[in-house]
Structure formats: C-alpha cells, structure tokens
Ligand binder design. Structure first.
Ligand SMILES: NC(=O)c1ccc[n+]([C@@H]2O[C@H](COP(=O)([O-])OP(=O)(O)OC[C@H]3O[C@@H](n4cnc5c(N)ncnc54)[C@H](OP(=O)(O)O)[C@@H]3O)[C@@H](O)[C@H]2O)c1
Length: 258
C-alpha cells in the first residue's frame, strides 16, 4: 500500500471542521494535527479521533512542524495565515493546498513565490463538482458557440449577493452577467445550473451542494493530484485538465491520440 500523505490542517471553523471529517476518514491521508488561531486552554481533539486541535498562539508553526512534521498543509483559515507558515513551507518543501477565497494580488504573488520550492495550489472554489462543471461548460461552449447560454443559481433565502461561482461561470464562458438568474428560497445550500439552448435540443449541467464536506473532497483530490506534479503553482483547473489529458492519452485509442 502506498505511503499515507501526512497532512496538517490550518483553520477549524465552519469549513475546516467539515474538511477534517473528510481527511480524517480517508485512508490515503494521515491527518496529524489541526491548527487554529486560538486554543480553548485545555487539550482538544477532533470528535471521534485523537487528532489534536492546537492554538497557534501557544505553538508556532516552526515548533509544530519540527515536532510533528507533515508532507502537506491544507489551509481553510484566513488570508493572513500564509505569511505565518510560508517560510516553513518553502524551507521544508511542504505541499500546500490553500482554499482561501479572499487573497489580495500581493498574497497571490507571495503564494506563487513559494511555488519555486514546492507545489502550491490556490483555489477560491475547491469543490470538485463545480470545477468539473466549469471545465465541461467551457468545452461545450467551444464546441457549440452558437447555443444560447443561461446560468441559474439558487441559494437560501438570506443570501444577499449574486453567487460568486455563478459570476465566475459567466466570466469563464464569456457571457454577460445579465444572463445569471438568481432565486432565493428556503434553505437551499447551493444550486448552479448552466443551460445550453440549441435549436433542437437543450443541455443542462447542474451542480447541487449538499454539505460542506464537499470542500474536503476537493482538498483530497488536490492533495493526491499535487503529489504527482512538479514544483510549481497550480489552479484547480490545471489539475483537472492534467488528469483529463492523461486519461484520454492513456486509453490506447488511436483516434483519441490524434
Ligand atoms: N475555496 C473554497 O471553496 C472555500 C470554501 C469554504 C471556505 N473557504 C475559505 O476558508 C476560510 C475559512 O472559512 P470558514 O467559513 O470556515 O471561516 P470561519 O468559520 O470563520 O473559520 C476560520 C478558522 O480559521 C482560523 N484562523 C483564522 N485566522 C487564522 C490564522 N491566522 N492562523 C490560524 N488559524 C486561523 C480560525 O481560528 P479560531 O477558531 O481560533 O478563530 C477558525 O478556526 C475562508 O478564507 C473562506 O474563504 C474556501
């Protein structure tokens, strides 16, 4: 059996705790520890496991990584924390999966600079299904530029703004933001649909979010893919396209190789 990837998780809020559920129950990984900003004062572990949850105010990254080294860091904390572990990641060649959505241009430039010495993925949307939907929609748009495109997004009643994911889909497909329809009702976690209207047929690509654990599935995908990559900076698209390309070229079908 291949060696498990030893992982440290940074951030234990709404997203981080769901990601911990996924990583701690996936046999490909060994979730060694979880780091958050503050500690509760008494020893804490992730429910149902003996994985420690540590506060960085009493245990800085340099000490943590020395006493309990990991192969990879997964960041679901805040945009500031990359500066607190960046040097250690660079020095130790630790693979980094960052899901932080709010990086500034400076933060991204810093993340890119780490990629000279290790493998870094930054993804403001780390859900595997949404990223697959975007790649598939982009391909269909290329194949059928004449089809009408509409984007439908549905979320819980209190979500005020148009979904960032829907705006990203519109931008990727080069369709006007006016083509996004937003519905707000009940407790819908997240529904994104791209509708391609052909003259004689309709194609609908749909993604439904069910639970935050989907972020963990995306992080797990990124971790396993990155282990096969060279040092460098990657987006989720890069990893998906790389996998698709490998799959197509591996089928031994001459027509696919042309
Ligand atoms: N890419 C995606 O698809 C995706 C999806 C969901 C979330 N996110 C991103 O993930 C991040 C967390 O989201 P959330 O909803 O889980 O937020 P949250 O509930 O507020 O949790 C934030 C967590 O990060 C910890 N934290 C904050 N700053 C830190 C620092 N400097 N060092 C170490 N830990 C720190 C906090 O520690 P304490 O518990 O001690 O306060 C807390 O555990 C956000 O940046 C969000 O944009 C991305």
């Amino acid at each position: 059996m291949p060696q498990k990837i030893r992982v440290g998780l940074v951030g234990y809020g709404k997203a981080g705790s769901a990601v911990a559920n996924v990583l701690s129950s996936d046999p490909r990984f060994e979730l060694r520890w979880i780091a958050r900003r503050t500690s509760s004062g008494k020893p804490q572990t992730h429910p149902g496991t003996d994985i420690p949850i540590l506060g960085l105010e009493s245990c800085p990254f340099s000490e943590l990584l020395e006493s309990d080294p990991v192969d990879a860091l997964v960041d679901f904390s805040s945009r500031e924390s990359i500066r607190t572990y960046g040097d250690e990641v660079r020095k130790r060649g630790i693979l980094l999966v960052s899901a932080i959505s709010a990086y500034s241009e400076d933060d991204l430039a810093y993340a890119r600079s780490l990629a000279a010495d290790t493998r870094v993925l930054c993804s403001p949307n780390i859900t595997l299904g949404i990223n697959f939907l975007i790649v598939a929609a982009k391909l269909l748009r290329k194949i059928a530029p004449f089809a009408d495109v509409e984007i439908l997004e549905q979320h819980f009643k209190d979500k005020p703004e148009v979904s960032g994911t829907a705006r990203k889909i519109a931008e990727t497909l080069e369709v006007d933001g006016e083509r996004i329809t937003s519905l707000r009702l009940g407790g819908i976690v997240g529904h994104h649909e791209v509708i391609f209207g052909f003259p004689h047929q309709t194609v609908r690509l749909t993604h439904e979010s069910i639970r935050r654990e989907a972020f963990g599935t995306g992080a797990a995908f990124a971790l396993t893919q990155l282990t096969e990559c060279e040092n460098g900076f990657y987006t989720f698209d890069d990893l998906l396209l790389r996998l698709m390309q490998t799959e197509l070229l591996d089928t031994n079908k001459p027509e696919l190789k042309r």
